[in-house]
Design a protein around this ligand. Structure first.
Ligand SMILES: Cc1ncc(CN)c(N)n1
Length: 241
């Protein structure tokens, strides 16, 4: 057990991290993508693009969590991150169902990472592998916390969509993340990040805030670029099969 360096400090470090993303979260709340998702008016092709990218994201995120688990300070913490990695695989199966079902327009186009998706997953994997454990844990936290926060806000609008169409894919998305189970997981992840901050140096604590901000920027961009794509400036050449 590490003696907390900051025991006199009653403010949770994760609250500081959260506060540092205030303007980003205001921008997230105003995203057209989320407003249309909540109201069920998002174009289906934008949702398909988002789900396709998120499937790629989840593959990278799973690896980042597995690396984080391997660097955790104790077995219980390692088990939490490893279980989260396994849950991300379950989450991806929701995406598979959506992509292979009839709710979204069909597509057999080859899907490659968007710049945002590649940037985000590469950032999470590199941070998990090369940064001190507290910074790596801080970088992964927005993936939990921002999703729960957004889903809680969209839940009201999604109720109306669900009432009209219980199978609506957007309402299913909201109910996945607006659940007591997911809120408990977010709370446990926050506790682990606060514990990591207690044992961290001042420089690491600052780097934790930076990492949380960077990952939150990517969260914003991930939704935004699904409706307002920012593709690679040059596409790849087709290769004969
Ligand atoms: C981009 C992103 N961030 C977070 C989550 C929630 N695991 C997600 N599915 N996609």
């Amino acid at each position: 057990m590490v003696t907390p360096v900051h025991s006199a400090d009653s403010v949770r470090h994760t609250d500081r991290m959260w506060d540092a993303t205030g303007s980003l979260r205001t921008a997230i709340d105003g995203l057209e993508f989320l407003e249309q998702l909540g109201h069920g008016t998002l174009p289906l092709d934008a949702f398909r693009f988002y789900i396709e990218q998120d499937r790629l994201y989840l593959a990278g995120y799973t690896k980042a969590l597995a690396i984080l688990a391997s660097r955790a300070p104790d077995a219980t913490t390692a088990a939490f991150w490893a279980t989260s990695a396994a849950s991300a695989v379950d989450e991806a199966s929701l995406h598979e169902q959506l992509l292979s079902g009839s709710a979204l327009p069909p597509s057999d186009a080859r899907v490659e990472h968007s710049p945002t998706c590649l940037g985000y997953t590469s950032y999470l994997i590199a941070t998990a592998a090369t940064e001190p454990y507290p910074v790596a844990a801080a970088a992964i936290l927005p993936c939990f916390w921002i999703y729960a926060d957004v889903a809680a806000r969209l839940a009201g609008a999604a109720q109306d969509v669900l009432a009209r169409d219980p199978e609506h894919p957007y309402a299913r998305w909201v109910s996945t993340y607006d659940s007591d189970e997911f809120r408990d997981i977010v709370s446990a992840a926050r506790t682990l990040v606060d514990e990591a901050a207690d044992g961290a140096t001042e420089a690491q604590r600052e780097a934790m805030v930076d990492a949380f901000v960077i990952a939150t920027r990517y969260e914003l961009s991930f939704w935004d670029t699904a409706l307002h794509p920012m593709p690679w400036s040059h596409s790849r050449s087709a290769v004969a099969p």
